[in-house]
Write a protein that binds this ligand. Sequence first.
Ligand code: AHR
Length: 499
Amino acid sequence: MKAEITVNGKFQVGEVDKHIYGSFIEHLGRAVYGGIYQPDSPLSDEQGFRKDVLELIREIDVPIVRYPGGNFVSGYKWEDSVGPKEERPKRTELAWGVIEDNSFGLNEFADWAKKADTEVMMAVNLGTRGIMEAKEVVEYCNHPSGTALSDLRREHGYEKPHEIKTWCLGNEMDGPWQMGRKTAYEYGRIANEAAKMMKWVDPEIKTVACGSSSLMMPTFGAWEAEVLEQCYENVDYMSLHQYYGNRDDNTARFLANSQAFDEFISSVIAICDYVKAKKKSDKTIYLSMDEWNVWYHSNEQDQKLPRWCRAPHQLEDIYNMEDALLVGSMLITMLRHCDRVKMACLAQLVNVIAPIMTSDTGAWRQTIFYPYMYTSRYGRGKALQTIVQVPSYDEAEFKNVPYLDSVAVWNEEKEELVLFAVNKNLNESIELSCDLYAFPGYVPAEHIVLTHEDLKAVNTEEKPDEVKPVQADGDRLENGVLKADCPAKSWNMIVLKKG
Ligand code: AHR
Protein backbone atom coordinates (compact mmCIF):
# COMPACT_ATOMS: atom_id res chain seq x y z
CA MET A 1 0.00 0.00 0.00
CA LYS A 2 1.20 3.54 -0.69
CA ALA A 3 0.61 6.86 1.08
CA GLU A 4 1.48 10.33 -0.10
CA ILE A 5 2.06 13.05 2.46
CA THR A 6 2.13 16.75 1.61
CA VAL A 7 3.59 19.32 3.98
CA ASN A 8 4.74 22.90 3.64
CA GLY A 9 6.23 25.02 6.44
CA LYS A 10 3.94 27.89 5.45
CA PHE A 11 0.77 25.89 6.16
CA GLN A 12 0.71 25.53 9.91
CA VAL A 13 -1.87 24.37 12.42
CA GLY A 14 -0.01 26.27 15.11
CA GLU A 15 2.68 26.19 17.74
CA VAL A 16 2.59 23.02 19.80
CA ASP A 17 2.08 23.89 23.46
CA LYS A 18 4.43 21.55 25.37
CA HIS A 19 1.70 21.11 28.00
CA ILE A 20 -0.11 18.67 25.70
CA TYR A 21 2.47 16.13 26.87
CA GLY A 22 1.32 16.35 30.47
CA SER A 23 0.26 13.46 32.67
CA PHE A 24 -1.62 12.72 35.85
CA ILE A 25 -0.98 11.35 39.35
CA GLU A 26 -4.07 10.62 41.41
CA HIS A 27 -4.27 9.25 44.93
CA LEU A 28 -5.46 5.97 43.49
CA GLY A 29 -4.10 2.44 43.71
CA ARG A 30 -0.31 2.44 43.59
CA ALA A 31 0.18 5.70 41.71
CA VAL A 32 1.45 7.56 44.77
CA TYR A 33 2.12 4.84 47.36
CA GLY A 34 4.47 2.30 45.82
CA GLY A 35 4.62 4.33 42.60
CA ILE A 36 6.25 7.70 42.96
CA TYR A 37 6.62 7.41 46.77
CA GLN A 38 7.97 4.47 48.72
CA PRO A 39 9.84 5.67 51.80
CA ASP A 40 11.00 2.24 52.94
CA SER A 41 12.50 1.25 49.58
CA PRO A 42 16.22 1.10 48.78
CA LEU A 43 15.21 2.48 45.37
CA SER A 44 14.02 5.74 46.94
CA ASP A 45 15.84 8.93 47.85
CA GLU A 46 15.92 10.64 51.25
CA GLN A 47 12.39 12.01 50.71
CA GLY A 48 11.02 8.61 49.81
CA PHE A 49 10.69 9.38 46.09
CA ARG A 50 11.42 6.45 43.81
CA LYS A 51 14.57 7.41 41.90
CA ASP A 52 14.07 4.85 39.13
CA VAL A 53 10.59 6.25 38.48
CA LEU A 54 11.86 9.83 38.44
CA GLU A 55 14.44 8.82 35.85
CA LEU A 56 11.81 7.33 33.54
CA ILE A 57 9.61 10.40 33.94
CA ARG A 58 12.51 12.67 33.05
CA GLU A 59 13.16 10.46 30.03
CA ILE A 60 9.64 11.28 28.77
CA ASP A 61 10.08 14.98 29.56
CA VAL A 62 6.64 15.46 31.13
CA PRO A 63 5.94 19.20 31.33
CA ILE A 64 2.99 19.19 33.75
CA VAL A 65 1.33 16.67 36.10
CA ARG A 66 -2.27 16.92 37.28
CA TYR A 67 -2.83 16.17 41.01
CA PRO A 68 -4.42 14.87 43.31
CA GLY A 69 -7.40 13.62 41.24
CA GLY A 70 -9.50 12.57 39.50
CA ASN A 71 -12.49 11.31 41.41
CA PHE A 72 -10.33 11.44 44.55
CA VAL A 73 -10.41 15.24 44.55
CA SER A 74 -14.14 15.35 45.25
CA GLY A 75 -13.50 14.01 48.77
CA TYR A 76 -10.15 15.77 49.24
CA LYS A 77 -9.45 17.97 52.24
CA TRP A 78 -6.17 19.60 51.31
CA GLU A 79 -5.57 20.59 54.95
CA ASP A 80 -5.32 16.87 55.87
CA SER A 81 -2.34 16.48 53.58
CA VAL A 82 -0.04 19.20 54.97
CA GLY A 83 1.88 19.74 58.20
CA PRO A 84 3.58 17.19 60.46
CA LYS A 85 3.00 13.71 59.09
CA GLU A 86 2.24 12.15 62.48
CA GLU A 87 -0.69 14.55 62.88
CA ARG A 88 -2.27 13.85 59.53
CA PRO A 89 -5.58 11.98 59.73
CA LYS A 90 -6.44 8.68 58.11
CA ARG A 91 -9.70 8.89 56.15
CA THR A 92 -12.09 6.66 54.29
CA GLU A 93 -11.58 7.51 50.63
CA LEU A 94 -14.95 7.06 48.98
CA ALA A 95 -14.03 7.47 45.32
CA TRP A 96 -12.00 4.26 45.28
CA GLY A 97 -13.13 2.56 48.53
CA VAL A 98 -9.74 2.65 50.26
CA ILE A 99 -8.03 4.21 53.28
CA GLU A 100 -5.99 7.36 52.68
CA ASP A 101 -3.39 8.03 55.38
CA ASN A 102 -2.20 11.35 53.92
CA SER A 103 1.44 10.45 54.48
CA PHE A 104 2.08 12.00 51.08
CA GLY A 105 0.43 15.35 50.42
CA LEU A 106 0.43 18.65 48.65
CA ASN A 107 3.88 19.86 49.73
CA GLU A 108 5.51 16.51 49.06
CA PHE A 109 3.97 16.59 45.58
CA ALA A 110 5.38 20.06 44.94
CA ASP A 111 8.83 18.79 46.00
CA TRP A 112 8.47 15.70 43.86
CA ALA A 113 7.44 17.77 40.83
CA LYS A 114 10.66 19.78 41.09
CA LYS A 115 12.69 16.60 41.05
CA ALA A 116 10.68 15.32 38.09
CA ASP A 117 11.34 18.62 36.21
CA THR A 118 7.64 19.20 35.83
CA GLU A 119 4.94 21.74 36.74
CA VAL A 120 1.98 21.02 39.00
CA MET A 121 -1.61 21.21 37.70
CA MET A 122 -3.63 21.25 40.90
CA ALA A 123 -7.31 20.34 41.21
CA VAL A 124 -9.67 21.81 43.81
CA ASN A 125 -12.61 20.01 45.37
CA LEU A 126 -15.84 21.49 44.02
CA GLY A 127 -17.80 18.29 44.69
CA THR A 128 -18.10 18.17 48.49
CA ARG A 129 -16.44 21.49 49.28
CA GLY A 130 -16.91 25.04 48.09
CA ILE A 131 -15.51 28.30 46.86
CA MET A 132 -13.88 29.27 50.16
CA GLU A 133 -11.74 26.12 50.34
CA ALA A 134 -10.79 26.63 46.68
CA LYS A 135 -9.65 30.15 47.42
CA GLU A 136 -7.81 29.01 50.54
CA VAL A 137 -5.73 26.33 48.89
CA VAL A 138 -4.55 28.84 46.27
CA GLU A 139 -3.59 31.18 49.08
CA TYR A 140 -1.73 28.43 50.95
CA CYS A 141 0.19 27.49 47.81
CA ASN A 142 0.80 30.79 46.05
CA HIS A 143 0.59 33.74 48.43
CA PRO A 144 4.10 34.88 49.47
CA SER A 145 3.61 35.55 53.22
CA GLY A 146 1.87 37.64 55.86
CA THR A 147 -1.49 35.84 55.93
CA ALA A 148 -2.54 32.96 58.15
CA LEU A 149 -2.50 30.47 55.29
CA SER A 150 0.70 31.59 53.58
CA ASP A 151 2.44 31.69 56.96
CA LEU A 152 1.13 28.20 57.70
CA ARG A 153 2.88 27.00 54.53
CA ARG A 154 6.07 28.71 55.72
CA GLU A 155 5.70 27.04 59.12
CA HIS A 156 5.43 23.76 57.24
CA GLY A 157 8.87 24.39 55.81
CA TYR A 158 8.01 26.05 52.51
CA GLU A 159 9.27 29.61 52.69
CA LYS A 160 8.71 30.27 49.01
CA PRO A 161 5.28 29.91 47.38
CA HIS A 162 4.78 26.88 45.14
CA GLU A 163 3.62 29.13 42.28
CA ILE A 164 1.13 26.65 40.89
CA LYS A 165 -0.26 28.30 37.80
CA THR A 166 -2.86 25.84 36.46
CA TRP A 167 -5.94 24.86 38.49
CA CYS A 168 -8.72 22.40 37.65
CA LEU A 169 -12.12 23.42 38.97
CA GLY A 170 -13.23 20.01 40.28
CA ASN A 171 -13.41 16.79 38.33
CA GLU A 172 -16.04 15.08 36.13
CA MET A 173 -18.86 16.92 37.84
CA ASP A 174 -21.46 15.47 35.43
CA GLY A 175 -20.82 11.85 36.47
CA PRO A 176 -23.19 9.96 38.80
CA TRP A 177 -20.05 8.33 40.32
CA GLN A 178 -18.80 11.73 41.45
CA MET A 179 -19.11 12.81 45.09
CA GLY A 180 -21.17 15.98 44.96
CA ARG A 181 -22.27 15.60 41.33
CA LYS A 182 -23.97 18.69 39.99
CA THR A 183 -26.20 19.84 37.19
CA ALA A 184 -24.49 21.91 34.51
CA TYR A 185 -26.03 25.09 35.91
CA GLU A 186 -25.04 24.32 39.50
CA TYR A 187 -21.52 23.45 38.45
CA GLY A 188 -21.14 26.39 36.09
CA ARG A 189 -22.11 28.77 38.90
CA ILE A 190 -19.75 27.31 41.50
CA ALA A 191 -16.93 27.07 38.95
CA ASN A 192 -17.40 30.74 38.12
CA GLU A 193 -17.40 31.90 41.72
CA ALA A 194 -14.47 29.67 42.69
CA ALA A 195 -12.38 30.75 39.69
CA LYS A 196 -13.16 34.39 40.40
CA MET A 197 -11.96 34.18 44.00
CA MET A 198 -8.96 32.03 43.14
CA LYS A 199 -7.88 34.61 40.56
CA TRP A 200 -8.38 37.42 43.05
CA VAL A 201 -5.82 35.67 45.26
CA ASP A 202 -3.43 35.05 42.36
CA PRO A 203 -4.30 36.83 39.09
CA GLU A 204 -1.67 34.85 37.21
CA ILE A 205 -3.38 31.48 37.50
CA LYS A 206 -5.28 29.77 34.68
CA THR A 207 -8.39 27.74 35.40
CA VAL A 208 -9.88 24.66 33.76
CA ALA A 209 -13.64 24.06 33.81
CA CYS A 210 -14.95 20.50 33.76
CA GLY A 211 -16.39 19.41 30.47
CA SER A 212 -18.26 16.13 30.06
CA SER A 213 -16.70 12.96 31.46
CA SER A 214 -16.68 11.56 27.94
CA LEU A 215 -18.28 11.99 24.55
CA MET A 216 -20.75 9.24 25.51
CA MET A 217 -22.34 11.12 28.42
CA PRO A 218 -26.04 11.76 27.69
CA THR A 219 -25.61 15.43 28.57
CA PHE A 220 -22.56 15.91 26.32
CA GLY A 221 -22.79 19.18 24.42
CA ALA A 222 -25.55 20.71 26.49
CA TRP A 223 -23.27 20.36 29.53
CA GLU A 224 -20.38 22.27 27.94
CA ALA A 225 -22.67 25.02 26.63
CA GLU A 226 -24.42 25.60 29.98
CA VAL A 227 -21.20 25.46 32.02
CA LEU A 228 -19.53 28.00 29.75
CA GLU A 229 -22.62 30.22 29.82
CA GLN A 230 -22.04 30.50 33.57
CA CYS A 231 -18.26 30.77 33.83
CA TYR A 232 -16.86 31.92 30.48
CA GLU A 233 -15.20 35.07 31.79
CA ASN A 234 -13.32 33.34 34.60
CA VAL A 235 -12.06 30.17 32.92
CA ASP A 236 -9.33 29.61 30.39
CA TYR A 237 -9.73 25.96 29.42
CA MET A 238 -12.54 23.46 29.02
CA SER A 239 -11.61 19.90 29.97
CA LEU A 240 -12.22 16.76 27.92
CA HIS A 241 -11.79 13.19 29.14
CA GLN A 242 -11.69 10.15 26.90
CA TYR A 243 -10.69 6.51 27.36
CA TYR A 244 -11.01 3.69 24.83
CA GLY A 245 -11.00 -0.10 25.12
CA ASN A 246 -10.90 -3.01 22.69
CA ARG A 247 -13.75 -4.79 24.43
CA ASP A 248 -14.98 -6.83 21.45
CA ASP A 249 -11.44 -7.73 20.36
CA ASN A 250 -11.78 -5.98 17.02
CA THR A 251 -8.46 -4.26 16.42
CA ALA A 252 -9.53 -2.42 13.26
CA ARG A 253 -12.47 -0.93 15.13
CA PHE A 254 -10.36 -0.16 18.20
CA LEU A 255 -7.75 1.71 16.16
CA ALA A 256 -10.48 3.67 14.36
CA ASN A 257 -11.31 5.37 17.68
CA SER A 258 -8.89 8.17 16.83
CA GLN A 259 -11.56 9.28 14.36
CA ALA A 260 -14.12 9.58 17.17
CA PHE A 261 -11.47 11.35 19.24
CA ASP A 262 -10.97 13.86 16.43
CA GLU A 263 -14.72 14.49 16.19
CA PHE A 264 -14.94 14.90 19.96
CA ILE A 265 -12.28 17.62 19.88
CA SER A 266 -13.94 19.38 16.93
CA SER A 267 -17.31 19.31 18.69
CA VAL A 268 -15.96 20.85 21.89
CA ILE A 269 -14.20 23.57 19.89
CA ALA A 270 -17.52 24.31 18.14
CA ILE A 271 -19.37 24.55 21.47
CA CYS A 272 -16.73 26.86 22.99
CA ASP A 273 -16.97 29.08 19.94
CA TYR A 274 -20.77 29.02 19.99
CA VAL A 275 -20.73 30.45 23.52
CA LYS A 276 -18.02 32.91 22.49
CA ALA A 277 -20.21 34.16 19.63
CA LYS A 278 -23.30 34.29 21.82
CA LYS A 279 -21.49 36.35 24.41
CA LYS A 280 -19.84 38.50 21.72
CA SER A 281 -16.59 37.82 23.54
CA ASP A 282 -13.13 38.24 22.12
CA LYS A 283 -11.77 35.61 24.48
CA THR A 284 -11.06 32.12 23.16
CA ILE A 285 -11.40 29.08 25.39
CA TYR A 286 -8.70 26.45 24.89
CA LEU A 287 -9.05 22.71 25.38
CA SER A 288 -7.47 20.66 28.15
CA MET A 289 -7.66 16.95 27.33
CA ASP A 290 -6.76 16.26 30.90
CA GLU A 291 -7.57 12.54 30.96
CA TRP A 292 -6.98 10.38 27.92
CA ASN A 293 -5.72 6.86 27.35
CA VAL A 294 -6.73 3.27 26.78
CA TRP A 295 -8.46 1.85 29.86
CA TYR A 296 -10.30 -1.46 30.04
CA HIS A 297 -7.90 -4.33 30.76
CA SER A 298 -8.23 -4.06 34.54
CA ASN A 299 -11.98 -3.34 34.76
CA GLU A 300 -13.09 -6.87 35.64
CA GLN A 301 -10.35 -7.50 38.17
CA ASP A 302 -11.04 -4.18 39.91
CA GLN A 303 -14.61 -5.31 40.65
CA LYS A 304 -13.19 -7.94 42.99
CA LEU A 305 -11.03 -5.65 45.15
CA PRO A 306 -11.78 -5.70 48.89
CA ARG A 307 -12.74 -2.36 50.42
CA TRP A 308 -10.72 -0.26 52.84
CA CYS A 309 -7.26 -1.49 52.03
CA ARG A 310 -4.33 0.84 51.32
CA ALA A 311 -2.75 1.31 47.89
CA PRO A 312 -4.15 -1.82 46.20
CA HIS A 313 -3.29 -2.97 42.69
CA GLN A 314 -6.09 -0.96 41.10
CA LEU A 315 -6.59 0.14 37.48
CA GLU A 316 -3.35 -1.65 36.60
CA ASP A 317 -3.87 -2.07 32.87
CA ILE A 318 -1.09 -4.03 31.23
CA TYR A 319 -0.77 -2.44 27.81
CA ASN A 320 -0.13 -4.35 24.64
CA MET A 321 1.12 -3.47 21.18
CA GLU A 322 -2.24 -2.39 19.79
CA ASP A 323 -2.77 -0.05 22.74
CA ALA A 324 0.49 1.67 21.82
CA LEU A 325 -0.82 2.18 18.28
CA LEU A 326 -3.98 3.90 19.49
CA VAL A 327 -2.07 6.04 21.99
CA GLY A 328 0.25 7.10 19.13
CA SER A 329 -2.75 7.92 17.00
CA MET A 330 -4.43 9.94 19.76
CA LEU A 331 -1.25 12.01 20.13
CA ILE A 332 -1.25 12.63 16.37
CA THR A 333 -4.90 13.72 16.60
CA MET A 334 -4.14 16.23 19.34
CA LEU A 335 -1.20 17.61 17.37
CA ARG A 336 -3.52 18.11 14.41
CA HIS A 337 -5.64 20.29 16.73
CA CYS A 338 -2.78 22.00 18.53
CA ASP A 339 -4.17 25.46 17.81
CA ARG A 340 -6.92 24.70 20.37
CA VAL A 341 -5.72 21.72 22.42
CA LYS A 342 -3.17 23.46 24.63
CA MET A 343 -3.09 21.10 27.57
CA ALA A 344 -3.44 17.33 27.91
CA CYS A 345 -2.71 14.70 30.53
CA LEU A 346 -2.09 11.08 29.70
CA ALA A 347 -4.00 9.33 32.48
CA GLN A 348 -2.11 8.33 34.37
CA LEU A 349 1.67 8.25 34.89
CA VAL A 350 2.69 5.41 37.21
CA ASN A 351 1.04 2.00 37.84
CA VAL A 352 -2.54 3.26 37.41
CA ILE A 353 -3.41 3.04 33.66
CA ALA A 354 0.13 4.18 33.12
CA PRO A 355 3.16 4.09 30.83
CA ILE A 356 5.41 3.27 33.81
CA MET A 357 5.00 0.25 36.10
CA THR A 358 6.78 -0.54 39.33
CA SER A 359 7.37 -3.41 41.70
CA ASP A 360 9.37 -3.40 44.91
CA THR A 361 12.41 -4.31 42.85
CA GLY A 362 12.24 -2.07 39.81
CA ALA A 363 10.38 0.01 37.24
CA TRP A 364 9.77 -0.65 33.56
CA ARG A 365 8.26 0.86 30.43
CA GLN A 366 4.87 -0.30 29.18
CA THR A 367 4.25 -0.38 25.40
CA ILE A 368 2.48 3.00 25.45
CA PHE A 369 5.57 4.60 26.99
CA TYR A 370 7.28 4.76 23.60
CA PRO A 371 4.86 6.77 21.44
CA TYR A 372 4.28 9.06 24.42
CA MET A 373 7.98 9.58 25.12
CA TYR A 374 9.03 10.13 21.51
CA THR A 375 6.13 12.45 20.68
CA SER A 376 6.85 14.46 23.81
CA ARG A 377 10.54 14.77 23.04
CA TYR A 378 10.34 15.34 19.29
CA GLY A 379 6.87 16.79 18.78
CA ARG A 380 7.82 20.32 19.73
CA GLY A 381 7.67 23.19 17.28
CA LYS A 382 4.95 23.95 14.78
CA ALA A 383 2.45 21.32 13.76
CA LEU A 384 1.91 21.49 10.01
CA GLN A 385 -1.27 20.92 8.10
CA THR A 386 -0.52 17.44 6.91
CA ILE A 387 -2.39 16.09 3.91
CA VAL A 388 -2.32 12.30 3.76
CA GLN A 389 -3.55 10.52 0.66
CA VAL A 390 -3.95 6.86 1.50
CA PRO A 391 -6.66 4.18 1.11
CA SER A 392 -9.14 3.94 3.96
CA TYR A 393 -11.29 1.26 5.58
CA ASP A 394 -14.78 0.91 7.04
CA GLU A 395 -15.27 -0.99 10.28
CA ALA A 396 -18.42 -1.19 12.42
CA GLU A 397 -19.64 2.38 13.02
CA PHE A 398 -16.51 3.92 11.47
CA LYS A 399 -16.34 4.97 7.81
CA ASN A 400 -13.34 6.09 5.73
CA VAL A 401 -10.70 5.50 8.35
CA PRO A 402 -7.34 6.29 6.72
CA TYR A 403 -4.90 3.39 7.00
CA LEU A 404 -2.17 5.88 7.81
CA ASP A 405 -2.57 8.51 10.51
CA SER A 406 0.11 11.15 10.30
CA VAL A 407 1.20 14.62 11.30
CA ALA A 408 4.38 16.62 10.75
CA VAL A 409 5.98 18.88 13.35
CA TRP A 410 8.58 21.40 12.24
CA ASN A 411 11.15 22.61 14.73
CA GLU A 412 12.52 25.59 12.88
CA GLU A 413 15.18 26.37 15.49
CA LYS A 414 16.62 22.87 15.42
CA GLU A 415 16.04 22.63 11.64
CA GLU A 416 14.20 19.39 12.20
CA LEU A 417 11.07 18.08 10.51
CA VAL A 418 9.47 15.15 12.30
CA LEU A 419 6.78 12.91 10.85
CA PHE A 420 4.70 10.79 13.21
CA ALA A 421 2.76 8.01 11.50
CA VAL A 422 0.65 5.02 12.54
CA ASN A 423 0.05 2.29 10.00
CA LYS A 424 -3.32 0.76 10.92
CA ASN A 425 -3.17 -1.78 8.14
CA LEU A 426 -2.79 -5.04 10.05
CA ASN A 427 -1.41 -7.00 7.11
CA GLU A 428 0.46 -4.70 4.75
CA SER A 429 3.28 -2.25 5.05
CA ILE A 430 2.79 1.26 3.68
CA GLU A 431 5.34 2.94 1.49
CA LEU A 432 5.19 6.57 2.50
CA SER A 433 6.33 9.35 0.12
CA CYS A 434 6.68 12.94 1.12
CA ASP A 435 7.83 15.57 -1.38
CA LEU A 436 10.30 17.78 0.45
CA TYR A 437 10.14 20.67 -2.09
CA ALA A 438 9.33 23.06 0.79
CA PHE A 439 12.21 21.76 2.92
CA PRO A 440 15.29 22.01 0.71
CA GLY A 441 18.38 20.41 2.22
CA TYR A 442 16.43 18.24 4.71
CA VAL A 443 17.57 14.63 4.74
CA PRO A 444 16.39 11.54 6.66
CA ALA A 445 18.28 11.23 9.93
CA GLU A 446 16.36 8.71 12.01
CA HIS A 447 13.35 6.39 11.71
CA ILE A 448 12.08 4.80 14.91
CA VAL A 449 9.56 1.97 14.52
CA LEU A 450 7.47 0.29 17.17
CA THR A 451 5.83 -2.93 16.03
CA HIS A 452 5.43 -6.57 17.06
CA GLU A 453 4.08 -9.57 15.22
CA ASP A 454 1.71 -10.19 18.13
CA LEU A 455 -0.66 -7.28 18.73
CA LYS A 456 -1.29 -8.61 22.24
CA ALA A 457 2.41 -8.62 23.20
CA VAL A 458 3.17 -6.80 26.47
CA ASN A 459 6.17 -5.75 28.56
CA THR A 460 6.55 -7.18 32.06
CA GLU A 461 9.15 -6.94 34.80
CA GLU A 462 10.60 -10.27 33.60
CA LYS A 463 10.50 -9.27 29.93
CA PRO A 464 10.64 -5.46 29.89
CA ASP A 465 11.85 -5.28 26.28
CA GLU A 466 9.35 -7.56 24.59
CA VAL A 467 7.87 -4.57 22.77
CA LYS A 468 10.42 -1.92 22.12
CA PRO A 469 11.31 0.45 19.29
CA VAL A 470 14.02 -0.21 16.74
CA GLN A 471 15.78 1.95 14.16
CA ALA A 472 14.50 1.31 10.65
CA ASP A 473 16.87 1.58 7.77
CA GLY A 474 15.99 2.13 4.17
CA ASP A 475 14.61 5.67 4.31
CA ARG A 476 15.84 7.47 1.21
CA LEU A 477 15.50 10.58 -0.89
CA GLU A 478 14.49 10.02 -4.50
CA ASN A 479 14.55 13.24 -6.52
CA GLY A 480 13.71 15.30 -3.46
CA VAL A 481 11.00 12.90 -2.31
CA LEU A 482 11.32 11.07 1.02
CA LYS A 483 10.52 7.37 0.73
CA ALA A 484 10.05 5.35 3.90
CA ASP A 485 8.44 2.03 4.73
CA CYS A 486 6.05 1.79 7.65
CA PRO A 487 5.54 -1.90 8.52
CA ALA A 488 2.05 -3.33 9.02
CA LYS A 489 0.58 -2.39 12.45
CA SER A 490 3.34 0.00 13.41
CA TRP A 491 3.98 3.36 15.06
CA ASN A 492 6.70 5.42 13.34
CA MET A 493 8.73 8.55 13.91
CA ILE A 494 10.77 9.83 10.98
CA VAL A 495 13.20 12.65 11.71
CA LEU A 496 14.58 14.77 8.90
CA LYS A 497 17.37 17.24 9.53
CA LYS A 498 18.80 19.98 7.43
CA GLY A 499 22.06 19.15 5.72
O1 AHR B 1 -8.19 8.21 35.75
C1 AHR B 1 -9.07 7.41 36.47
C2 AHR B 1 -10.41 8.07 36.74
O2 AHR B 1 -11.08 8.24 35.52
C3 AHR B 1 -10.36 9.46 37.31
O3 AHR B 1 -10.28 9.47 38.69
C4 AHR B 1 -11.67 10.04 36.87
O4 AHR B 1 -11.62 11.42 36.70
C5 AHR B 1 -12.02 9.29 35.61
O5 AHR B 1 -13.28 8.78 35.65
